[in-house]
Design a binder for this molecule. Structure first.
Ligand code: ASP
Length: 583
């Protein structure tokens, strides 16, 4: 037996016990005739004491141990004289009688401690060392706990975990596919699933009724916005359900997770239509930890003679409570923020409700006091508030004001990571116009059902058709999304037609699904949660990378194993693949 205990469990209750421990040398220090070593494993840190008076030679060997050596010690649990009450083992130490070096270690390229000196790149290259650090390991412990809780909840609800294939054919979730050549089928390729969407629907046709899977998905998309080319979903599907059933059940799942893992009561999730979310927050994933809702000001601010407002499709403002004291410099900084190319606004107008009750705006020459009063009233502003207004094309202005609202939320400390605000956004549009391709795309995916009462609009006003689609949003992040599906061949065919597929294209790509619909497909619907994202929110982290054991960097590379990489000429020949232009 290598060890009798772990490095995290011995306490005063174990005094006098003869034990054997294994672990890594965290650090060592000499004090007079003594050498102390902190030995670490996954469970904690235990102090080892080597006394020169007891065994000069053993103490000398202890002094030679380097950081991260793997050692085994035998000894007795004794009470420590200077106690560390911050850790569970802090009142004892091991009086070591025997020491074995199981493996020496090179000096690690960065400090393996909670606060490390290693930069991102270095830690990614030596991710196996980074994973020894408590904060990184704790994220994976949390991830494990959440995965177990998800499984246990869904199992209790009668869901069956079914694995679906990884080598499939393209699923249109809106991103590019990763493809895998097939040696046995020359010139043909598998695609890695962007999600198991069609398979889970087929499982409903098979009568599985309640399916889930914690599953890897693959999307070859730009990685700017904290995305990973491979990520994990909690993927679910149910038969004989309506939207309401799904919302209720998965709201329960999330409440269960918050309670079980974080002891947080998340409460009943409010529901907001997509239209309201856009109108009030300029975003389909509103951060509802704070208010600062948009107020549309067209009736109040147009027609006064300020051309920027008069010519705008939308004039819309937010109220930063208590910010009237913002200096000119602070307001200029906000203006610069919205004018950055990523946001692209042309300007920002303010109205300040001064402490003395007077109103001051950046467009005073166009507005008299009475008009400023009406403006402040429309914003429900009080003494001390600062109103910020943007104007222009409705969609663009909403997006820009959303950025400003979030930035102000940050600046004012309203986006506390320990506070959680979850909601459902419902009634998404079915289709979304794409300016590049000049056609409509499925906003969720092509299997999402339109609201029956809107089907007639498909021909006349496709952009106005609402879908039975929903997202769960927590703290301004979309953590999950799904829909009630089309389950009749004719409607599915119609949908493909509206998405610009010819009948042949639809048949070649999705004939299997439409055929399945003709063999007794039940009404069904489902949802998928981004598991990495959910864990990162629970952990209070900004990046999903930190909750993935072996993540890829911004360029989609695994710098530890150096992948992607070239393959040998033999492999290429076998696959009948020629590389035409080398990067
Ligand atoms: N497959 C969808 C997605 O990955 C989720 C769903 O509709 O269930 O977003």
């Amino acid at each position: 037996m290598y060890r009798t205990h772990t490095c995290g469990e011995l306490t005063l209750a174990d005094l006098g016990k003869n034990i054997t421990l294994c672990g890594w040398v965290q650090k060592s220090r000499d004090l007079g005739g003594m050498t102390f070593i902190d030995m670490r494993d996954r469970y904690g840190v235990t102090q080892l004491a080597f006394n020169a008076d007891d065994d000069e030679a053993l103490r000398a060997r202890a002094r030679e141990l380097g950081r991260e050596y793997v050692i085994q010690v035998k000894g007795t649990v004794i009470e420590r004289s200077s106690k560390n009450l911050k850790i569970p083992t802090g009142e004892i130490e091991i009086k070591v009688a025997d020491l074995a070096v199981l493996n020496a270690a090179k000096l690690p390229p960065f400090l393996i401690e909670d606060e490390t000196d290693g930069g991102d790149d270095l830690r990614m290259k030596y991710r196996y060392l980074d994973l020894r650090r408590n904060p990184v390991r704790n994220n994976l412990v949390l991830r494990h706990q959440m995965a177990q809780a998800v499984r246990s909840f869904l199992d209790q609800q009668g869901f069956l975990e079914v694995e679906t294939p990884v080598l499939i054919k393209s699923t249109p979730e809106g991103a590019r596919d990763f493809v895998v050549p097939s040696r046995m089928n020359e010139g043909q390729f598998y695609a890695l699933p962007q999600s198991p969407q069609t398979f889970k629907q087929l499982l409903m046709v098979s009568g599985f009724d309640r399916y889930f899977q914690i599953v890897k998905c693959f999307r070859d998309e730009d990685l700017r916005a904290d995305r990973q080319p491979e990520f994990t979903q909690i993927d679910c599907e149910m038969a004989f359900v309506e939207q309401e059933d799904i919302l209720n059940l998965f709201e329960e799942l999330i409440s269960y997770l918050f309670k079980k893992v974080k002891n947080v009561e998340i409460g009943k999730l409010p529901r907001m239509t997509y239209a309201d979310a856009m109108r009030l927050y300029g975003s389909d994933k509103p951060d509802t930890r704070f208010g600062m809702q948009f107020v549309e000001l067209n009736p109040v601010l147009q027609g006064v003679g300020f051309p920027v407002f008069d010519n705008a499709e939308l004039v819309v403002g937010i109220k930063a409570e208590g910010c009237a004291s913002y200096t000119r410099k602070q307001i200029d900084a906000l203006t610069d923020f919205v004018k950055r190319p990523q946001i692209g606004a042309t300007g920002l107008v303010y109205l300040r409700y001064n402490e003395d009750g007077s109103l001051k705006s950046s467009v005073d020459k166009f507005f008299n006091q009475e008009q400023l009063q009406a403006w402040a009233k429309a914003m429900d502003a009080n003494v001390g508030d600062l109103i910020l207004v943007m104007a222009g094309d409705a969609d663009k202005t909403r997006k820009q004001l959303n950025e400003l609202r979030l930035e102000l939320g940050n600046q004012l400390g309203l986006r506390d990571k320990n506070k959680f605000s979850a909601l459902w956004v419902v009634d998404f549009p079915l289709l979304e116009w794409d300016d590049d391709t000049k056609r409509y795309h499925a906003m969720h995916h092509p299997f999402t059902s339109p609201k029956p009462e809107d089907i007639a609009l498909l021909d006349t006003a496709p952009g106005e058709v609402r879908a039975n689609a929903y997202d769960m949003v927590i703290n301004g992040t979309e953590v999950g999304g799904g829909s009630i599906r089309i389950f009749e061949k004719d409607l599915q065919q119609l949908m493909f037609k509206h998405l610009g597929f010819t009948q042949e294209e639809a048949q070649t790509q999705f004939g299997f699904l439409m055929d399945a619909f003709t063999y007794g497909a039940p009404p069904h619907g489902g949802i998928a949660f981004g598991f990495d994202r959910l864990v990162s929110i629970f952990a209070g982290l900004d990046s999903i990378r930190d909750v993935i054991a072996f993540p890829k960097n911004n360029a989609g590379r695994d710098v530890m194993i150096d992948s992607p990489s070239s393959i040998s000429q033999e492999q290429l020949d076998e696959l009948k693949i020629e590389i035409s232009a080398k990067a």
